[in-house]
Write a new protein. Structure first.
Length: 149
């Protein structure tokens, strides 16, 4: 009597299907990891921009009206730029900012004026805006200030 031998080797089709599944899973994992890395980089830029906006607001409030620390009364020139090196980065990032002021209340009867200060900080663009698939590349900070005469 001849014995039947049973081989448990994989066929070529099984190997191709398993390699296809592994490659699809690898592409998915690499895509998720790249999005996570980009997201963490964007969060670092947003955090740095928020801290910079608060620092600018503090210095502007300390200088007070009418020019809020800027050497000119021309409001379109209340702009500046700062280079910052963020943790984990080898190059500096240019952060640009613009300060805007709106006088909310000013009357001769009271002793001062009420102002709304707004600082917009952006990076990677020439003006505050968006890039496709990256969302807002700017932050805005406000502060209400009462300035006594």
């Amino acid at each position: 009597m001849k014995r039947k031998t049973h081989h448990s080797a994989l066929t070529l089709m099984e190997v191709v299907v398993s390699l296809g599944l592994v490659s699809i899973l690898t592409i998915f994992v690499v895509g998720v990891l790249s999005r996570l890395l980009f997201s963490s980089g964007k969060t670092a830029h947003q955090t740095a921009a928020n801290l910079l906006a608060e620092e600018i607001l503090e210095s502007v409030v300390l200088m007070g009206p009418p020019n809020w620390g800027f050497g000119t009364p021309e409001r379109d020139q209340w702009v500046g730029r700062r280079f910052l090196t963020l943790p984990g980065e080898k190059t500096e990032t240019l952060f640009e900012y613009r300060v805007e002021e709106l006088t909310l209340g000013d009357s001769p009867e009271d002793l001062g004026t009420y102002h709304d200060l707004k600082v917009t900080v952006w990076w990677w663009l020439s003006e505050a805006g968006q890039r496709v698939d990256q969302g807002n590349l700017y932050v805005v900070a406000h502060r209400k200030v009462y300035a006594r005469r």
